[in-house]
Design a protein around this ligand. Structure first.
Ligand SMILES: [Zn+2]
Length: 292
């Protein structure tokens, strides 16, 4: 089997297990039941972030086969052949034919590229440098890096507008995730509002209806978004929003900062870690579990 098929098989068995063991609910139903205090035991919602193409080509057929509805939070700026900034860095370093790169301008000196492990370490260092830059500075850094590396990046890593419509037509829920996947907390008020509202409008015109739910990019409370951003999401008309802080949704949870968790990272052992990695590669499905 090619790696993609392995991920698909693992994802299939996870979804099968969830469907057998838990009450997998569509996000809208789960929130409605929670409001009414009527959530069933072992309620689970499945969510995906970002809008990767494999959400459509790999995950959707499996979800449909198991009769499960998931929610997909989509950054709308990459739907026409674009790529998320972290993937741009990763693909650039993976694909470059250069023997070394001069990264003095990022305070990372001249780096030999070498084998896969060296490249992966360099990717992590680069991401740490680039992640919290403002959008303009980040874009300029990416353009320079790609030019220095002499690569042209592949397209098709993210869903197209037609695929996104396909998700919604299949009964899946599509939610907001900003346009360019910035760290909201580094943007000024105007920039943050624009990212949230333009994303809502772009998704709305693709889907023919306004998205109702939102997930903060990167999603760590305080570091990646602030109280200001929570307020902007509320003002944009959203009904609920998700962070990436780890936890289960309880009666006390703020509906505009609902936590999530990936259940496999609670299980010790290498196999679980490898599974977690595989699932991340199939588009980072994450779960929300209700309290019993
Ligand atoms: Zn994301």
């Amino acid at each position: 089997m090619v790696p993609g098929e392995v991920y698909a098989a693992v994802f299939d068995s996870l979804i099968g297990m969830l469907a057998d063991t838990y009450n997998v609910l569509p996000l809208d139903d789960a929130l409605e039941l929670r409001r009414a205090g009527k959530l069933p035991p072992r309620a689970v919602v499945i969510t995906f972030d970002d809008g990767y193409e494999d959400n459509f080509s790999v995950a959707l057929p499996i979800l449909k086969r198991h009769g499960v509805v998931a929610a997909f939070f989509v950054a709308s700026g990459f739907l026409s052949g674009g790529m998320m900034f972290n993937d741009r860095v990763r693909e650039t370093i993976r694909l470059t034919q250069r023997d070394e790169l001069n990264l003095d301008w990022l305070d990372l000196s001249v780096r030999k590229l070498g084998p896969v492990e060296t490249r992966e370490r360099l990717v992590e260092e680069l991401l740490r440098r680039i992640k919290y830059m403002s959008l303009d500075v980040r874009e300029a850094a990416l353009v320079r890096l790609e030019a220095d590396a002499g690569v042209s990046l592949p397209t098709g890593m993210m869903m197209s507008p037609a695929q996104l419509r396909g998700l919604a037509d299949a009964g899946m829920i599509v939610g907001g995730h900003t346009v360019n996947h910035p760290i909201l907390s580094v943007l000024d008020d105007k920039g943050a509002r624009e990212e949230i509202e333009r994303n809502r409008d772009e998704l709305g015109s693709i889907l023919g209806h306004v998205p109702r739910f939102f997930a903060y990019p990167n999603g760590k409370p305080g570091a990646d978004y602030s109280a200001r951003d929570v307020e902007l999401v509320r003002q944009a008309g959203y009904e609920a929003a998700f962070s990436t802080s780890i936890g289960s949704v309880g009666p006390e949870s703020d509906v505009f900062q609902l936590p999530r968790f990936t259940p496999w990272d609670r299980t010790a052992g290498r196999f679980a870690l490898r599974l977690a990695h595989n699932f991340l590669r199939v588009g980072a499905p994450q779960l929300v579990e209700s309290v019993r």
